[in-house]
Design a protein around this ligand. Structure first.
Ligand code: XMP
Length: 520
């Protein structure tokens, strides 16, 4: 059985579209649980009573090669409403006896579709308008409709832009209602799930909180759980959720690597130990980390040393807690589903990631992964529902190896202290100027070069500070943020005037690719 959530849902069969996750997110934004399963994995016997409707996603395949890929077509014969999107629309037509062929003109981008008939699927969509704009992205199209299907809307290129077989509850759209460029796209999905599938809302942060707390209690019983807390969004939400579920049987271990942002350790202790009353084991391993990094300047070596030492220290402290059976981790839904972005896996080849939550299997603990069905934005909302502060929930991402990878060259205590200050002033200035939440991630780095400056009448010879601020959706690609000159001037002055050790500030104007977000 591959679908293990006992919750009414819309099933999304993934044929490899870059937009599949968006479909799931839109359905969930409408307040209904949705699960994604690869077309290779789902079998008709998996279609259980919790599934109230099926969406077939788009994808790069083509229908004439139907024999080449595995898809159990009995899935659509279970009497459930089915909505095919793009490729999903084509396969739905083909399986019902229609024809699909290569279009004369490939259609990418916005197109106008015109209403031909009324349908539950387009209720309150066209209103008084004759046409709406939709986002197309296809090379093939349905060329002959199957028997008992009718056309609801057409574009100049796609005669069968929206089709239905009302008796069977089959619907097909050639465009992508899940992308925001499609006018009324969300309304169309809403019509499908509420008016056609007749599913009830069951997916709010409150619903999730209640369900996840119950699930954790059920899974863990009276056992103890450990969790590596970093202070980032995911591990903070996991910790607070488990705190609500099992209270003092949760043990959080927070390792101070010495490479954290200024005052971070105090903030974590203040929030989790004092305010939320979580069992927090604070490990100050600053000296151990700095010692093990002595004279190391190779970025990969730094990453490996930090990752390995972190695990060693975590295990050392975990062993002190007797009879632990479970390890809690902040795995998210995109880590779980197969249709992970290709660029995502590429990034992990370019740098060996160290993630505070990702501890080794050899610890032989059973995993508790309460967030594994949630997207990042859902985790944030759940965090607020669990009464975590907005400051924690909307914090910029911070890499496991911390400041070590923002300090090319060798690492010294002196450099760490300088960098902590510079980063603090930069982030504070972003907050003071109302820019922090417009930026996906920002930080200061210390470059291993000294340059000459003049302060008062004296010559200085000090380090170069690099500032980086980017906008991004998911960290896979990024663009640099365009500051006003006055802001960049203010922060540059503040850093140079306040921090002994820096006499020059530069701003990183590269995007990703070709650069990466972190320097190492
Ligand atoms: P890059 O530098 O690969 O960064 O463009 C993409 C995103 O990943 C974060 N990052 C890490 N996060 N452990 C983490 O938990 C790591 O080792 C790591 N390396 C980079 C980076 O901050 C950015 O948000």
């Amino acid at each position: 059985m591959i679908l293990n959530q006992e919750l009414n849902k819309i099933l999304i069969v993934d044929f490899g579209s870059q937009f599949t996750q968006l479909i799931a997110r839109r359905i969930r934004e409408l307040g209904v649980f949705s699960e994604i399963v690869s077309h290779k994995k789902i079998k008709s016997k998996d279609v259980n009573k919790f599934i109230k409707g099926i969406i077939l996603s788009g994808g790069p395949l083509n229908v004439y090669e139907i024999k080449k890929y595995s898809f159990d077509k009995n899935i659509i014969l279970k009497g459930l409403p089915v909505l095919g999107i793009c490729f999903g629309h084509q396969i739905l037509s083909k399986l019902n006896g229609g024809r699909v062929k290569q279009s004369k003109h490939r259609e990418f981008g916005l197109a106008n579709i015109y209403k031909k008939r009324n349908s539950l699927l387009i209720e309150k969509i066209f209103k008084k308008k004759k046409s709406i704009k939709v986002w197309m992205s296809h090379a093939d199209q349905v060329s002959k409709l199957p028997k008992n299907f009718i056309t609801i809307a057409s574009s100049s290129n796609s005669k069968f832009a929206i089709v239905e077989n009302k008796k069977k509850n089959f619907y097909g759209v050639q465009f992508h209602p899940e992308v925001t460029h499609t006018e009324y796209g969300k309304k169309l999905l809403s019509n499908f799930i509420f008016s056609i599938c007749k599913i009830k809302r069951n997916w709010s942060s409150r619903d999730q909180k209640v369900k996840l707390i119950k699930d954790v209690k059920g899974q863990v019983g009276t056992n103890k759980v450990i969790c590596a807390l970093s202070g980032g969004v995911d591990s903070s939400v996991v910790a607070q959720l488990l705190n609500k579920a099992i209270g003092k049987r949760l043990y959080c271990i927070f390792v101070n690597t010495g490479m954290l942002r200024k005052n971070e350790e105090q903030q974590v202790i203040e929030t989790f130990k004092k305010r939320l009353k979580i069992n927090l084991i604070y490990v100050n391993a600053e000296k151990e980390f700095i010692k093990s990094l002595t004279n190391i300047s190779d970025p990969e070596k730094k990453r490996k040393i930090i990752g390995n030492l972190f695990i060693k220290i975590f295990e050392r402290y975990a062993k002190k807690i007797k009879n632990v059976k479970f390890l809690a981790q902040g795995t998210l839904y995109p880590d779980l589903i197969e249709s992970k972005s290709v660029t995502g896996s590429q990034t992990s080849k370019i740098k060996s990631h160290h993630n505070v939550g990702g501890l080794p299997k050899k610890m032989k603990l059973k995993l508790v992964e309460p967030l594994k069905f949630l997207f990042k934005d859902e985790v944030r909302k759940l965090g607020l529902e669990l009464k975590l502060s907005r400051e924690i929930i909307s914090r910029h991402p911070f890499p496991g190896p911390g400041l070590a990878i923002r300090m090319p060259g060798i690492i010294t205590k002196e450099k760490i202290n300088i960098l902590k200050e510079a980063d603090y002033y930069f982030i504070q200035a972003l907050k003071d100027h109302g820019l922090y939440h417009k930026i996906w991630q920002a930080y200061a780095a210390l470059l291993p070069v000294k340059t000459v400056g003049v302060m008062g009448d004296n010559r200085t010879y000090e380090y170069l500070c690099l500032l980086r601020a980017i906008t991004s959706q998911d960290g896979m690609t990024a663009d640099f943020y365009e500051f006003k000159k006055s802001f960049i001037q203010t922060i540059s002055n503040k850093i140079v005037n306040s921090i002994r050790g820096i006499n020059r500030v530069v701003y990183d104007v590269t995007s990703k690719p070709p650069s990466t977000i972190e320097l190492e």
